[in-house]
Design a protein around this ligand. Structure first.
Ligand SMILES: C[S@@+](CC[C@H](N)C(=O)[O-])C[C@H]1O[C@@H](n2cnc3c(N)ncnc32)[C@H](O)[C@@H]1O
Length: 252
């Protein structure tokens, strides 16, 4: 069972993100008149689909560096703080509300955050083709689901298929950080992620991470801390390479 986070951690004031229907806000993603066909108009804008292959991120960033991804970054507090925390890493954020990538782009127009690329689109559609297998050092999911009711389960970003995809994109030793203020959601995520053959929870099955592995904080995370709402967070690590090395035995 998921155990409560230590007392110095967290709380949540639910902001407008969670009242969103999760399909992009009408203000920047399309029609919101509720008329037949409006749903299609409200689909998030995405990069051209069916990319021929993952982009060369070293070519995009102009260097070869550990690559991290934040999915559903919303207000880009974490993405930008993490950029400063690990300037030697490159960071890609994917968010389907257009105003948040635009906010990052506006900051970058002034020359800041060269190690960040903020993409506007649906992480579900984009993630698999944007990143090559075994290429990511960190995948971060900060408060990923505005829809926490069980009837919304089909909308959850961490489906079984997506958990498999996440695991496949981690480099050996790469890790996933997932945090939420809804304990039952973390249990769902862990059930799916820990079921992946190459993923292990170093704290033990269904256990919370003993400490936060990075300093940067998302907007929602800060709200939780401010309001005394518990945060539930876990780290999963890709360990299959360790098993393979152990099976191979000592080097000759
Ligand atoms: C509850 S908010 C949390 C925002 C931010 N991570 C934080 O912790 O403050 C969830 C965010 O995930 C985004 N999101 C949800 N599903 C997504 C998807 N499939 N692709 C891209 N963004 C998604 C939403 O637009 C929203 O900004």
């Amino acid at each position: 069972m998921v155990e409560p986070a230590p007392p110095d951690h967290d709380a949540d004031a639910h902001d407008e993100d969670e009242h969103d229907d999760g399909h992009g806000d009408a203000g920047d993603d399309g029609a919101a008149d509720g008329s037949p066909g409006a749903w299609h108009a409200r689909m998030p804008k995405v990069l051209p689909t069916l990319l021929p292959g993952a982009p060369s991120w070293p070519a995009v960033f102009g260097r070869r560096a550990p690559l991290e991804v934040e999915l559903g970054f919303g207000r880009p507090h974490f993405l930008l703080e993490r950029s400063a925390e690990v300037p030697a890493h490159d960071l890609v954020g994917i968010e389907w509300k257009g105003r948040w990538p635009a906010a990052v782009h506006a900051r970058q127009a002034r020359g800041a955050f060269p190690n960040v690329r903020a993409l506007h689109g649906n992480a579900w559609l984009l993630f698999g083709s944007l990143f090559a297998p075994s290429s990511l050092t960190w995948i971060v999911l900060n408060f990923p689901d505005p829809w926490w009711k069980s009837k919304h389960q089909k909308r959850r970003i961490v489906s079984d298929a997506f958990a498999r995809l996440l695991a496949s994109r981690l480099a050996p030793g790469g890790r996933i950080l997932v945090q939420t203020d809804v304990a039952s959601l973390l249990e769902e995520y862990l059930a799916r992620l820990e079921a992946q053959p190459g993923l292990q929870n170093p704290a033990g099955p269904f256990r919370l991470a003993p400490r936060k592995p990075m300093t940067a904080s998302s907007h929602r995370e800060k709200r939780c801390r401010r309001d005394g709402v518990p945060i539930f967070r876990a780290v999963l690590e890709r360990v299959d390479y360790v098993d393979a090395a152990a099976k191979a035995g000592p080097a000759a």
